[in-house]
Write a protein that binds this ligand. Structure first.
Ligand SMILES: NC(=O)c1ccc[n+]([C@@H]2O[C@H](COP(=O)([O-])OP(=O)(O)OC[C@H]3O[C@@H](n4cnc5c(N)ncnc54)[C@H](OP(=O)(O)O)[C@@H]3O)[C@@H](O)[C@H]2O)c1
Length: 215
């Protein structure tokens, strides 16, 4: 039995938690306002779920999902995530997150920022280009023809394999975008960001993605 820790329990965090408990994982969920604000979600998720602080969720998770507005990524606890697989769902919306110069200039990616914050963690980008609601409606059994695919990116092959297995259990194929530096191919405003795509379709979208030159 593995535990998935969630830092952020909003639209995406709550959906990943639902998929996790459905697939037999324990979850520890957390948000910014404290575990007492998560009692309804814990009750819905059932006996495999409990709420904690972000530090407790990070410490408890064998895999930890960071799913907060990007502006909050510097609040993610570092020490309890050391050496762990950390899934990064985050996207950059300057109107929500404020401007981050290195992202405005396309000289880095959101996931590389999180990896820099968590130098010994194994950050894997995932779940960033699917609408939260679709996480619990679009999954299909392994081997289903035309199954939906989700992109992953990361610098550690073993961590990516662990996340790909989890995503397969959750009902989706995966397409490997490459290292975190290539994760811009699935960021906001790229062809693959949002729509339902099979693996071959997503491959084409990733190849067709364009990026302004770094400034
Ligand atoms: N919504 C989507 O369909 C979707 C799809 C793919 C990717 N994403 C990306 O995934 C991330 C999360 O999106 P969302 O839609 O789930 O956001 P959301 O519904 O606004 O939820 C954000 C969660 O993060 C928590 N949080 C904020 N600051 C925190 C901190 N310092 N420590 C711990 N928890 C903190 C919030 O807790 P409080 O409520 O207590 O502040 C809340 O539980 C974003 O980067 C978003 O762009 C979203």
């Amino acid at each position: 039995m593995q535990t998935i820790g969630l830092i952020g329990a909003g639209k995406i965090g709550s959906q990943v938690a639902r998929l996790a408990v459905r697939n037999g994982y324990n979850v520890v969920i957390s948000n910014s306002r404290g575990p007492q604000t998560l009692t309804a979600l814990v009750a819905e998720l059932g006996p495999r779920a409990r709420a904690g602080t972000p530090t407790e969720a990070a410490a408890a998770g064998d895999i930890v999902v960071v799913t907060v507005p990007l502006k909050s990524y510097l609040a993610v606890p570092v020490a309890p995530l050391a050496g762990k697989v950390v899934i990064d769902t985050n996207n950059y919306y300057p109107e929500r997150d404020g401007h981050i110069a290195a992202l405005d200039s396309e000289s880095t990616t959101t996931s590389e920022l999180l990896q820099a914050r968590l130098p010994t963690s194994k950050v894997v980008k995932a779940f960033n280009h699917i609408y939260a609601a679709a996480l619990t409606t679009d999954g299909q059994a392994h081997g289903t023809s035309n199954r939906r695919a989700l992109a992953i990116a990361g610098n550690d092959a073993q961590a990516k394999a662990i996340v790909a297995k989890l995503i397969d259990e959750f009902g989706f194929d995966t397409v490997d975008v490459g290292p975190l530096s290539e994760s811009w191919r699935i960021q906001r405003d790229t062809p693959g960001y949002g729509p339902r795509r099979t693996g071959p379709e997503l491959h084409k979208d990733l190849a067709a993605a364009t990026r302004p030159p770094a400034s």
